[in-house]
Design a protein around this ligand. Structure first.
Ligand code: DGL
Length: 260
């Protein structure tokens, strides 16, 4: 069981930003990553549809023998992780916007969050953020259109920059000193975001989630101590276009096309 793979899923390449941290922290682990690019973006899908997709993604990863599932997507976690935990016995790790570290770091008492419409409108996000509203003022922006550009492999340039300015300028004008990236696609454009917001601290929680995964594996005695190589990382894509996945993985892995 401990040599069984860790399963990841996301609407596309976003969760690979988390997978990269996990691979660094847990080099002995086998992984299977499912990029559900055919259904991308998740951020504007009705919750019932999202639940259905997440259940299918999980069934697929479990059918491949995964010992734990990483919901490598804020939208899927904040809307569907409770349904997944009710339906499956396997342990789940989710990813949610890192509001708490932003609140702890903030001096101005104002923080910004950039996430999908689906994450910002979720009950889980409202509950988590409401716990901090007595300490900080929060400005939320739905990053409509960003995921679509990132999925095309666009990590810089005029179109992306103008869209980012539209979302980030109101945050800067509001006086934020922390901006939370609440979508796993956004770490791929963090260098451009940093350039635009200058001294403002930009936070994603990929590293914290990777550590949480390590802890949960250890607690459940599921961590793998065997010696592995690259052939133990398997990628599936529900669409036929592998261009951007290959770009972020630097053409190091074979991608299998699989439509659930
Ligand atoms: N990467 C995802 C997230 O963290 C999904 C983005 C989308 O498909 O809209 O929210």
């Amino acid at each position: 069981m401990s040599s069984s793979p860790i399963g990841f899923f996301d609407s596309g390449i976003g969760g690979i930003s988390l997978w990269i941290r996990v691979k660094e922290l847990l080099p002995n682990e086998n992984t299977i990553y499912f990029s559900d690019s055919k259904n991308c973006p998740y951020g504007n899908k009705p919750i019932e549809y999202l639940n259905e997709i997440c259940i299918k993604n999980t069934e697929f990863l479990i059918s491949k023998g995964c010992k734990i599932i990483v919901v490598a997507c804020n939208t899927a976690t904040t809307n569907s992780i409770s349904i997944l935990r009710k339906n499956f016995d396997v342990p789940f790790i989710g990813i949610e916007p890192a509001i708490k570290p932003a609140v702890l770091n903030s001096v101005s008492g104002k923080i910004g969050i950039l996430a999908t419409k689906g994450t910002l409108s979720s009950t889980l996000f409202s509950q988590t953020s409401s716990n901090h509203l007595d300490k900080v003022d929060l400005i939320k922006k739905d990053g409509d259109g960003l995921v679509e550009l990132i999925e095309k492999g666009i990590f810089e340039g005029n179109d992306l920059t103008s869209l980012l300015i539209k979302y980030l300028k109101p945050m800067i004008d509001f006086g934020v000193d922390q901006i939370v990236l609440g979508c796993t696609h956004y770490p791929f454009i963090k260098p451009l975001i940093k350039k635009l917001v200058k001294d403002v601290n930009v936070i994603d929680c990929n590293e914290a989630v990777a550590f949480q995964l390590k802890n949960i594996l250890e607690i459940n005695k599921l961590n793998n101590s065997g010696k592995l190589n690259n052939s133990n990382h398997i990628f599936f894509n529900s669409s036929r276009d592998n261009t951007t996945i290959n770009k972020v993985l630097e053409n190091k892995y074979e991608i299998f096309n699989f439509d659930k």
